[in-house]
Design a protein around this ligand. Structure first.
Ligand code: MN
Length: 241
């Protein structure tokens, strides 16, 4: 028997294009990709690959599964004076990867659906860690660090590559790109992750953000979209006392 009450698995609602509820997606892990848009890598002062041959390997980090926020309400986190937004495509895996390396040609078969999310970042803590060569964890993995839209099953979305990804804060456009600007696309990223981890049903992958990351303040209202099918609405609340 459990010696303490087992925490509930975080769950994300799944909806059809018409908004019809289709059930819930239980979350196992949250993988995140760093520097997956050249314009964002540039704004962060990171080297940008200029050819297929020298694009290197993607940067990965993780957030705890219970960092997801599905009601859009994000309390301003403690420990930071510089909370940043990063709008991202989120990939939800619906089945386990076979043992061993996952070929890019087999990767899409694992994908259950997609969402749009914010990789919220305590940029001051991340910058301090980077400067000292220390882990990014306190900058990236914290309570309420991963607000996410309802998920849409893959068959209901159609081709990803041409879709615009946007983020408005208080009605002003802050981030804008298209998914064909990803340095590593979804099969590339799932293949690269499989070199490091056993991917499983319930895993999420935040695919990286385009340029335009900036600070959020209590009271800010966010509206993120991928095409017209994935929409995340929410707000930053005051820090709990
Ligand atoms: Mn990110």
């Amino acid at each position: 028997m459990d010696v303490i009450p087992a925490p509930a698995a975080p769950r994300i609602p799944v909806r059809g294009r018409d908004g019809r509820p289709l059930g819930n997606f239980p979350v196992r892990r949250i993988y995140c990709v760093g520097r997956n848009f050249a314009d964002h890598a540039r704004e962060m002062g990171a080297p940008v690959a200029t050819s297929e041959a020298d694009r290197g390997n993607p940067v990965f980090f993780m957030k705890p599964a219970d960092a997801i926020v599905t009601d859009g309400v994000v309390p301003y986190p403690r420990g930071t004076q510089d909370l940043h937004h990063e709008v991202e495509l989120v990939v939800a895996l619906g089945s386990d990867a076979p043992p061993g390396l996952l070929p890019t040609t087999a990767a899409m078969a694992l994908v259950y659906g997609y969402g749009v999310g914010l990789d919220l970042t305590r940029r001051d803590l991340q910058a301090a860690a980077k400067a000292k060569g220390l882990p990014w964890d306190t900058g990236k993995g914290f309570d309420h660090a991963a607000p996410i839209s309802a998920l849409l099953p893959v068959a209901m979305l159609g081709p990803l590559a041409s879709l615009p990804i946007t983020l408005d804060i208080n009605g002003q456009r802050r981030q804008q790109s298209t998914l064909d600007q990803l340095i590593w696309d979804v099969p590339d990223i799932l293949h690269a992750l499989s070199k490091l981890y056993a991917l499983r049903a319930g895993d999420l992958v935040f695919m990286g953000t385009p340029a335009g990351v900036a600070a959020l303040q209590p009271g800010d209202v966010f509206h993120a979209c991928i095409g017209d099918a994935l929409v995340l609405d929410g707000r930053i609340d005051a820090q709990p006392t």
